[in-house]
Design a protein. Structure first.
Length: 277
């Protein structure tokens, strides 16, 4: 009788332990999912790699191989900006990359008729709309989403209908962010060159408008990306200061660092900056 009761007690203890383990596992799983969800993704812009290739002709370095290597080394996305003059990424590169990539593919560009057609054919995970002129060296300002509200509304609707997430490139200005939401965008990408330029002088002052803009994005139901001149010097502080940062797209500084550190170590260091948030 005693042995029987002891057996029952042991079974109950084992059952309780299993229940506790199950609860613990669920809690840990939820925390891991939340951690992964809250992590800022690093999208590597590979334009500079194409620039090096184009300087000599041929296919060295191989843009597709480089993109796949970046993914294997930890990049969570690949970004390209196919300009009309094809001075770096070419239309052919965009089509070649699409079936190979395992992470998010982000295509940046001014929404001309040709660009819209390209994006609709390729169907990347995300399209980032920038207000660049065809001959512009690099993106140096965000959209005036008020002045271009009608145009952007039509363009964003076209991509939304195709199931492509749309991000609008804007300056850290609350009104620009609010109108990005009004045109139907899923996200905004904050233009971070002013932050980078002023970081060494006064990082608190440099980040201030971005914190305000980030709050406006969250208030208006927008996801938040950032890019332009972010580097190993200033990325960690930016990420720490912007809790709702979904993604950073970095190319020039990352490729420059890779010349000295190697691409694998460079990606590791950029991801460490993002983990510090």
């Amino acid at each position: 009788m005693v042995n029987c009761q002891l057996s029952i007690i042991n079974c109950q203890l084992k059952l309780l332990t299993l229940q506790q383990i199950c609860v613990l596992c669920k809690l840990l799983t939820a925390k891991v999912i939340l951690f992964l969800y809250c992590m800022t993704k690093l999208s590597v812009n590979i334009n500079k790699v194409a620039t090096i290739r184009n300087a000599r002709g041929g296919n060295n370095p191989d843009v597709c191989r480089f993109a796949l290597d970046c993914e294997a080394m930890g990049a969570e996305g690949i970004t390209v900006h196919p300009r009309p003059d094809e001075r770096h990424i070419r239309r052919a590169d965009v089509f070649a990359l699409r079936p190979l990539l395992h992470t998010e593919f982000n295509i940046e560009g001014y929404p001309s008729k040709e660009f819209i057609e390209l994006v609709l054919q390729v169907k990347p995970a995300q399209v980032t709309l920038v207000p660049d002129a065809p001959d512009q060296l690099t993106s140096n300002h965000g959209w005036d989403t008020v002045a271009h509200q009608e145009f952007l509304t039509e363009v964003v609707a076209t991509f939304n209908e195709a199931g492509i997430r749309t991000s609008v490139f804007v300056d850290p200005d609350v009104k620009m962010v609010e109108y990005a939401a009004k045109v139907g965008a899923d996200r905004v990408e904050l233009y971070t060159e002013p932050y980078a330029a002023n970081y060494a002088k006064n990082r608190e002052a440099a980040i201030a408008p971005y914190i305000v803009a980030a709050k406006a994005a969250k208030k208006n139901g927008l996801g938040l990306n950032a890019g332009h001149d972010l580097s190993l010097d200033n990325l960690a502080y930016f990420a720490q200061s912007i809790p709702n940062l979904d993604e950073v797209s970095i190319g020039h500084a990352l490729i420059c660092d890779a010349l000295y550190l190697g691409i694998e170590e460079t990606i590791r260091r950029y991801k460490e900056c993002l983990k510090s948030r």
